[in-house]
Design a protein around this ligand. Structure first.
Ligand code: AMP
Length: 297
């Protein structure tokens, strides 16, 4: 059942049959199961989701699969960091019950013909605008993972805020019997959101990268001080562009629908920006913002 190519203390299941056998055994014993899906190259952000899962379920499964269908041909699928042995060592320090490690042949065997195509939160002009194939790939692979592992609870990071909304909608639409929960974004000491892609940053880019979080907080503070949202966002964009970022979007959206923000709702400030060849995304909660753009606690 376990993949002998990797040495570690955690059962490693490379096939659907193997993970189902293990989960089925736990189910028979009446145990609850949580799943934390990842693409590997694990960091403290992933581990925080695992800890959150451990608090709520008896058994925790982490999946590691770099999903080819969510990458466009011009994106970083082939260079995406892959370091399974290191990931397994890290997971052993937190203590989980199984790692599900399908390869592309297991996930998409010859003749695979089904894709889940979504609108709603998947088409609000954020990640979908720059990455047209992304959410169909995410929705399809997450639906498969949820059907393969059949957990009670699945945890996803708020770091990928639109993705979290897409997955909540997917589970609702397909009546998948699982609770989806978000986990807060873990950051480096200087505020940069942890990401497997941060390793792409040069030393100079790494030094600039925390400005993204600082700028978002500047906008948040400006809104709290009663300044106009559009001019705060314009100023933040200009400041970021001047130091070398190329911005895909920096917007205030309704936190629950991700639609345009029209006031009187919880706001979420979301950003995607390039530093050299690295695309960074981040977001923060703004609180309840009224029609004039003032935050009400
Ligand atoms: P990935 O391996 O990048 O696909 O991410 C796997 C899961 O970890 C997703 O649900 C992400 O949203 C989440 N995640 C990524 N970075 C962070 C972070 N810095 N803090 C918390 N969760 C994160």
């Amino acid at each position: 059942m376990s993949d002998p190519a990797f040495s570690h203390a955690i059962p490693c299941c490379p096939t659907v049959a193997a993970i189902r056998a293990l989960v089925g055994q736990w189910r028979q014993e009446g145990q609850t199961i949580a799943l934390v899906p990842t693409m590997g190259a694990l960091h403290e952000g992933h581990l925080s989701l695992v800890r959150q899962a451990k608090q709520q379920a008896k058994r925790v499964v982490v999946s590691i699969f770099v999903n080819p269908t969510q990458f466009a041909p011009n994106e970083d699928f082939s260079s995406y960091p892959r370091q399974l042995q290191r990931d397994l060592d890290l997971l052993a320090t937190v203590g989980i019950d199984a790692v599900f490690t399908p390869d592309a042949g297991v996930m998409y065997p010859a003749g695979f013909s089904t894709t889940i195509s979504m609108v709603g939160p998947a088409t609000v002009g954020l990640e979908d605008a720059s990455r047209p194939v992304f959410f169909n790939g995410v929705a399809t692979v997450v639906a498969k993972l949820l059907i393969q592992v059949a957990p009670d609870l699945a945890i996803f990071g708020e770091k990928d805020f639109q993705q979290l909304a897409v997955i909540k909608q997917l589970v609702l639409d397909l009546d998948l019997p699982v609770t989806v929960q978000g986990g807060p974004t873990m950051r480096e000491a200087d505020g940069l959101a942890m990401s497997s892609r941060n390793v792409y940053l040069s030393t100079a880019e790494r030094a600039l990268a925390p400005r993204l979080y600082r700028s978002m907080n500047g906008v948040k503070d400006g809104i709290a001080a009663g300044q106009s949202v559009p001019s705060l966002i314009r100023a933040a964009k200009t400041e970021l562009e001047q130091v070398g970022f190329t911005i895909d979007y920096l917007v205030l959206r309704d936190a629950s629908t991700l639609a345009e923000w029209h006031g009187r709702s919880q706001g979420r400030l979301l950003v995607a920006a390039w530093l050299g060849k690295t695309r960074l995304i981040d977001n923060i909660g703004i609180g309840y913002v009224d029609l004039d753009g003032h935050i009400k606690e």
